[in-house]
Design a protein around this ligand. Structure first.
Ligand code: KIV
Ligand code: ZN
Length: 522
């Protein structure tokens, strides 16, 4: 392989999915994985198969259906984890097992309650076991940047001896700094000459806002794989953001000399899809994918860009696919064929019943909105995806709201078993009333943790996109929905969050083989 080619290892569906409140179902994960393949990432870390049956099934579906990238499954350094991960990825074109164990004394002493000697033995056994099941094995000494470099080197040497093909050095808690990380990796190269014969990978968290800078320092020290996530999502403050790493390498290629195989024009679409399905908004000033990333506010800047774009822009909006969104516009009279072509251009192959449903939603929207943009279409298609998997259905609702009386809501919900349930509530505001009416109907004591409503596009007739995070019996999960009526969007998002949180509670009970925790209130 070209020594200047950087492998983009995407962990949106694994580390990214570990962000609080994110609960993607298998269909949503597959949709994201297909977009990652269009984006041209080299490796998709599809999940942590031992974590739950749902995780296993999602990784397996991605391995079976997504073509192009290597599909990796994560596993602790335990035989059962490794076997589960290998089983989940076995139908991929190119399967990988990624196994890890901590090498820092903090983790060894307090979390693993073990010894260095034992960790060394476990790492060796894990890689050997993984290699007996798959050809492509990645090993990570977790919390490496806070570990003793000599001991980490010893563990890495053992992993390479047992056949690891990629060695990833994680900055698990986002603690290191660029020069320090570079020195750490440089020392590992000295201590383990065999490291030059495998792929060295970097995996940086953003607790101090240095994830991309540290990853870049790693590349300059010889690493040729970067682990990153779309929109920088991940544990706590997140992972290095994929779009920032890729566009840094592309924009400064003449100086850095490193390349990737990413089709950067798919970045904006990947970012929107991940944001919409996870319910994690992208901050407006976020590099590359924030809505202001290519906007010029000051008159001086606008004047400069109108005369010559390079005066204030170091890359074009087109290079990350932002312009695509503005070029697809449908109107009230557009037909089924135009809708299908627009969806194809957006990367959605919609036929048969799904096309009929999409067309129905499009017509309803076109009656209320002069121009339906690509952003609207994407929002509708992803909304349909969620509707397909929602166990509860919002049949109808009534909300009476005025400044003279407390708002009152009545809802009718169809439960997963087909039972129709009604509930009503007088709340502090119309949204509060409808949320509590849904709790009353379903006899669940779900607690609202977060609620947001955003406009999909600008304009008074914009679609509203609601996002809800709920807590039930110690589990949290999110739900999202779009509608031109923001109360309807909020109610649908609540009902979907309820579906997701119930599934999480049931899974948690399954894992603990514990008591049934989901009983309806009397
Ligand atoms: O941050 C970390 O150390 C990880 C490992 C599992 C690679 O996510
Ligand atoms: Zn991580």
């Amino acid at each position: 392989m070209d020594p200047n080619r950087v492998i983009i290892f995407d962990t949106t569906l694994r580390d990214g999915e570990q962000s609080p409140g994110i609960s993607l179902n298998a269909t949503e994960k597959l949709e994201i994985a297909q977009q990652l393949a269009r984006l041209g990432v080299d490796v998709i870390e599809a999940g942590f198969p031992i974590a739950s049956p749902g995780d296993f099934q999602a990784v397996q579906a991605i391995a079976r259906e997504v073509r192009g990238p290597v599909i990796a499954g994560l596993a602790r350094a335990h035989a059962a984890d490794i076997e589960r991960a290998a089983e989940a990825v076995k139908d991929a074109e190119r399967p990988r097992v990624h196994t890890f164990i901590s090498t820092s004394d903090i983790h060894i002493e307090h979390q693993l309650q073990s010894t260095r000697e034992d960790v060394l033995g476990q790492a060796r056994a894990a890689v050997a076991h993984a290699r007996s099941l798959v050809e492509d094995v990645e090993f990570s000494p977790m919390d490496a940047t806070r570990a003793d470099v000599e001991f980490t080197a010893e563990v890495i040497q053992a992993a390479i001896d047992e056949g690891a093909t990629t060695i990833n050095v994680p900055d698990t808690v986002g603690y290191t700094m660029p020069a320090e990380y570079a020195a750490f990796l440089g020392r590992l190269y000295e201590l383990v000459p065999a490291l030059a014969g495998v792929v060295l990978s970097v995996h940086c968290h953003d607790d101090l806002g240095l994830a991309v800078a540290n990853s870049f320092a790693g590349l300059q020290s010889g690493a040729r794989q970067v682990e990153c996530a779309v929109n920088g999502i991940g544990e706590r403050a997140g992972n290095a953001s994929l779009e920032e790493v890729v566009m840094l390498l592309r924009t400064r290629e003449a100086d850095i000399g490193l390349t990737t195989a990413v089709n950067s024009r798919e970045i904006a679409r990947a970012s929107r899809l991940v944001s919409r399905l996870t319910g994690y908004p992208v901050q407006p000033n976020k590099a590359i994918v924030g809505r202001n990333a290519f906007q010029h506010e000051s008159g001086i800047h606008q004047d400069g860009v109108l005369k010559e774009r390079s005066t204030y822009e170091i890359m074009s909006a087109a290079s990350v696919g932002v312009d695509d969104v503005n070029s697809i516009v449908l109107g009230k009279h557009s037909g089924r064929h135009a809708l299908r072509s627009a969806l194809m251009e957006l990367g959605y192959e919609v036929n048969g019943q799904s096309l009929n449903q999409a067309f129905k939603r499009f017509k309803e929207l076109a009656d209320k909105k002069k121009q339906v943009t690509a952003m609207d279409l994407e929002a509708l298609v992803t909304d349909e995806l969620r509707a397909e998997t929602a166990a509860y259905t919002l049949e109808w609702f009534d909300v009476e709201a005025s400044t003279r009386r407390p708002p009152h809501a009545t809802v009718s919900i169809v439960a997963p078993d087909g039972e129709t349930m009604r509930g009503d509530f007088t709340g502090d505001g119309p949204i509060d009333a409808i949320f509590r009416a849904i709790n009353a109907a379903t006899r669940r004591e779900a607690r609202l943790r977060e609620f947001r409503i955003d406009a999909v596009t600008g304009g008074q007739d914009a679609l509203g996109e609601a996002s809800v995070i709920l807590e039930l019996s110690g589990s949290t999960a999110a739900g999202q929905a779009v509608s031109t009526d923001i109360i309807e969007a909020a109610a649908l998002a609540y009902v979907r969050a309820l579906t997701n949180v119930e599934q999480k509670v049931l899974l948690a009970a399954d894992e603990d083989a514990g008591e049934p925790v989901l009983t309806r209130a009397p």
